[in-house]
Design a protein around this ligand. Structure first.
Ligand code: SAH
Length: 182
């Protein structure tokens, strides 16, 4: 229906494609069905993908892509598994459509993970988070992330928000880019 004002995850992918073709390390903090990981695996040398749901990690493992490291653990434990610097990290927050709504990302652990991820980013690296404020936990999470991201130093991080302002319960894409001069 629209070329640009369309699926917000696709928008995130297009932003990554535009700026990070042939890069080294990417992280998918919320593997889910694996769409982001599939995309990242085609552009990055190595992808680390986290999910706390074993069904999700087992599904992806059966694809056995040799540049994807699948991790059945929370993204708060990022540093236990990743010793390299990260070029791009994506979060697709909330719950997996079609799966239990109880297994949703949670405000505190998401924020903790984001703070760690920002430390691990290379200068010029980017964090992209798709947030779903249309449900209760998602609203809390989105507000906390926007509050945190909105207070980051503008010398160290460029922060931008994309959303639909004429749609109910619209998802939001927040982008945090680390300055090249750090
Ligand atoms: N709401 C999105 C899909 C989100 S999928 C959409 O509509 O497309 C979110 C995934 O994150 C789920 O598979 C869930 O199991 C996973 N998840 C939840 N908490 C997590 C955590 N702390 N660490 C890693 N993955 C987590």
């Amino acid at each position: 229906m629209y070329k640009y004002v369309n699926d917000i995850n696709e928008l995130a992918h297009n932003i990554i494609k535009l700026h990070y073709n042939s890069c080294n390390i990417a992280v998918d903090a919320t593997l889910g069905n694996g769409y982001d990981t599939d995309f990242l695996a085609s552009f990055f040398n190595k992808v680390f993908s986290f999910d706390i749901q074993k069904s999700s990690t087992d599904n992806y493992l059966s694809k056995s892509r040799d540049n994807v490291v699948v991790i059945n653990d929370s993204h708060v434990n990022l540093e236990l598994y990743i010793k390299e610097k990260i070029d791009v990290i994506v979060y697709n927050l909330g719950y997996l459509p079609g799966s239990s709504k109880e297994v949703t990302t949670k405000c505190n652990s998401t924020l903790t993970s984001i703070k760690i991820a920002l430390k691990l980013l290379v200068p010029g690296g980017m964090l992209l988070a798709v947030m779903y404020p249309g449900h209760r936990e998602g609203k809390k999470e989105s507000e906390a992330i926007l509050e945190f991201a909105g207070n980051l130093s503008k010398k160290e991080f460029g922060v931008m928000l994309h959303t639909f302002i004429n749609r109910e319960k619209a998802p939001q894409l927040v982008i945090i880019e680390k300055s090249l001069k750090l």
